[in-house]
Design a protein. Structure first.
Length: 79
């Protein structure tokens, strides 16, 4: 019985180790050629619809100003 518990604990530990050390392969919704080189910790895209993987349908001046100001806390200065 003790050997079974040890084997179960070892299997659970190995599964947790594999889960904790898995490589994150997700990428942000970037167009081809956008963002940091592969393997970089951060993936930040340039402002504008040309930098998006999925192009928006109706892109207006307000959308552009909002996209250019993100993630700043100040609103865009276009009135």
């Amino acid at each position: 019985m003790g050997l079974m518990r040890l084997a179960l604990a070892g299997a659970a530990g190995y599964a947790f180790y594999k889960y904790a050390t898995r490589e994150n392969t997700e990428r942000a919704a970037l167009a081809n050629g956008e963002g940091a080189p592969s393997g970089s910790f951060t993936q930040v895209r340039n402002a504008g619809p040309e930098a998006m993987a999925d192009k928006p349908g109706d892109w207006q001046k307000v959308d552009q100003a909002s996209d250019e100001s993100f993630p700043a806390s100040d609103p865009p200065s276009t009135y």
